[in-house]
Design a protein around this ligand. Structure first.
Ligand SMILES: C[S@@+](CC[C@H](N)C(=O)[O-])C[C@H]1O[C@@H](n2cnc3c(N)ncnc32)[C@H](O)[C@@H]1O
Length: 241
């Protein structure tokens, strides 16, 4: 996917098309480019809320890459909604659900900013690598929507690639995300452009610290954690009773 100079990289059209295209190679590129860390970080995402209740939502779920960790945390009978707006990603998520024979899992092809469920539906919400494509205005709407769909006492965990605070770490990390990840993308997708977007989104996002105030303003108790020298950050929060 080549972006035009005027294209808004946060627009619905752009993000959907990007992930529709990337879905073909997403899992394998993720695995190789992160040297296995993506698996570890997804586990960290889910484990942070494993004490949460049994109505779970994986938001911006992609192809359901976190499902294996959700099953370890909550068992095979978990009731889970996987929400993503990319139809191709949702197709992969549905195949993933079917292969694992999860009877209480639903794949919802929907916008994370307007999840079609009642107020106070979920005990537990998580997302791995989902936040970075949201613009500032969308982040504000998302935190309000999250507050609406979560039960009082419910918990959430969001983890995202981040720009490390230390300059010593930032430089090699930037080289890794800006050049190494697209190189792996080129090998598997034959097109590095989509994976080049990762650095653009990461640079614009900064870290979870930059969006923490959105979730506080929405009414959550929330903390930000640094992971692996700040190359990823995590928000862990709770809706007060
Ligand atoms: C980087 S992928 C992460 C997928 C998965 N959570 C993982 O662990 O790899 C981000 C996903 O968020 C989805 N997404 C981005 N913005 C969205 C929105 N507003 N509503 C629903 N899905 C969204 C994209 O379609 C994409 O599948």
């Amino acid at each position: 996917m080549s972006e035009s100079l005027t294209e808004d990289i946060h627009s619905e059209r752009f993000v959907k098309l990007l992930f529709d295209e990337m879905s073909k190679s997403y899992g394998i590129v993720n695995l190789f480019s992160s040297l296995g860390f993506a698996y570890f970080w997804r586990r960290v995402t889910v484990r942070a809320v494993r004490m949460g209740g049994p109505m779970v939502c994986d938001v911006m779920a992609g192809g359901g890459e976190c499902l294996c960790h959700a099953i370890s945390a909550y068992g095979r009978d978990l009731r889970i909604d996987l929400v993503d707006w990319s139809s191709v990603m949702c197709g992969k998520a549905q195949a993933n659900v079917d292969r694992r024979q999860l009877k209480n899992a639903r794949v919802l092809e929907e916008n994370a900013l307007t999840i079609p469920v009642n107020d106070a539906s979920y005990d537990t919400v998580y997302s791995a690598f989902g936040l970075k494509t949201l613009s500032s205005a969308e982040m504000e709407k998302f935190s309000v929507e999250l507050y609406r769909v979560m039960k009082p006492g419910g918990v959430f965990s969001f983890l995202e690639f981040s720009v490390p605070r230390s300059a010593w770490i930032r430089r090699p990390f930037r080289l890794y995300v800006e050049y190494y990840v697209p190189f792996i993308g080129q090998i598997f997708l034959g097109n590095p452009d989509n994976y080049r977007m990762l650095w653009r989104y990461t640079k614009a996002f900064g870290s979870c610290r930059s969006v923490l105030s959105n979730f506080e303003a929405a009414g959550f108790d929330v903390e930000c954690r640094d992971l692996f020298l700040g190359t990823a950050t995590q928000l862990v929060g709770r809706k007060p009773e």
